[in-house]
Design a protein around this ligand. Structure first.
Ligand code: GAL
Length: 334
């Protein structure tokens, strides 16, 4: 009888640890450590500076298509490496492991130097959210020229998550510069653009109109004169977390994260979320997005780019589990 009791307990422990291992392996199998991530056709995923939207059971991944030869823009006082802008790609997955290529969600234009979407322009860090009222999928992205002084937010819409997206134009929110950016839709349906502004010195958080197509006059200046970029935002247990990088172009640097009770701030810097070897260079990556794993509260994936600055098309990705422990973010060295 006693023996039976012990083996029942042992069985329960095994079942419990198997369930735990299962949850962990979902995340672990998903991870990409600076390797080429292949789609379900075996082709390299071309989705840099990515964003993911979860919609009706499917994860949609959007990113910059980098295609062609990298070149150095002459006359700049920084390493302004450029590659033709190939528009925005879309991939879908139901398990975060298998990514099916869904085509070019937003097409670039060719030999059209006056157009925001010309392959000679900068089209970076696309993010997509769904508007329940208008039933449209709304994409925002950073639009620029080679010297990064155009600094605008471009917006496009579609009736379908995978596109094609129709480009509506670009803006300088409240007449302010917009460079590295992200988009955040809160639980109450309000959406915000978060972007490096004021020549990358200060970030702005700007509330969008109800249809998500225009910036409103409601915005706040955050991280004043801290020179932060590559914002990635998420919410956990009622608090907002914002991971940013420093400003060293394509070269990696230390990330820092901040916490706030409201998206518009005030935000308090908490230091580097990365732990272990090479934490001071974000494990050679730069953050782009934090993906909440659906139905796994408290589980997130930090998605970064491993830039190959002299051959940008060959840049890869770093996806790592992100934990929040007692309000503190921890991302461990793979
Ligand atoms: C990085 C930025 C990238 C890209 C690059 C250009 O700092 O995060 O998205 O704009 O600069 O050098």
């Amino acid at each position: 009888m006693k023996k039976k009791h012990i083996s029942l307990i042992a069985l329960l422990i095994v079942i419990k640890s198997l369930a735990f291992a299962n949850t962990n392996s979902l995340i672990a199998d998903t991870l990409v450590h600076g390797k080429v991530l292949s789609d379900t056709d075996g082709k390299p995923v071309n989705a840099h500076g990515p964003g993911v939207m979860y919609h009706q059971g499917v994860y949609y991944l959007f990113g910059e298509i980098k295609n062609g030869k990298t070149w150095l823009v002459p006359g700049q006082n920084w390493e302004d490496y450029r590659v033709p802008a190939g528009g925005i790609s879309c991939y879908s997955s139901v398990d975060l492991k298998h990514w099916k290529y869904r085509g070019v969600a937003l097409k670039p234009t060719v030999n059209d130097p006056g157009s925001d979407l010309d392959t000679g322009r900068v089209i970076e860090r696309p993010k997509v959210i769904y508007n329940e009222r208008t039933k449209k999928f709304v994409m925002w992205m950073h639009i620029d020229k080679n010297d990064y002084n155009y600094s605008r937010g471009g917006v496009a819409i579609s009736d379908s998550p995978v596109g094609p997206y129709r480009y509506l134009g670009s803006v300088k929110p409240n007449d302010q510069m917009l460079r590295d950016m992200t988009l955040y839709k809160d639980d109450d349906g309000k959406a915000y653009l978060v972007y490096s502004s004021e020549d990358n010195n200060t970030m702005h958080v700007c509330l969008l109109s109800d249809d998500y197509l225009k910036p409103t006059k409601t915005y706040s200046r955050i991280f004043e004169n801290q020179k932060r970029e590559s914002p990635a935002i998420f919410k956990n247990e009622g608090k907002y977390y914002l991971i940013t990088s420093g400003c060293t172009g394509w070269s990696p640097n230390a990330a820092s994260y901040a916490v706030a009770d409201k998206v518009t701030g005030p935000w308090t810097q908490q230091g580097n979320p990365c732990k272990g070897l090479n934490a001071e260079v974000t494990f050679f990556s730069q953050g782009a997005f934090v993906l909440p794993v659906i139905d796994k509260p408290g589980r997130f994936i930090f998605m970064g780019d491993v830039w190959n600055k002299t051959d940008l098309e060959r840049s890869t990705y770093l996806w790592l589990p992100l934990h929040v422990n007692n309000g503190k973010i921890e991302i461990y060295n793979p």
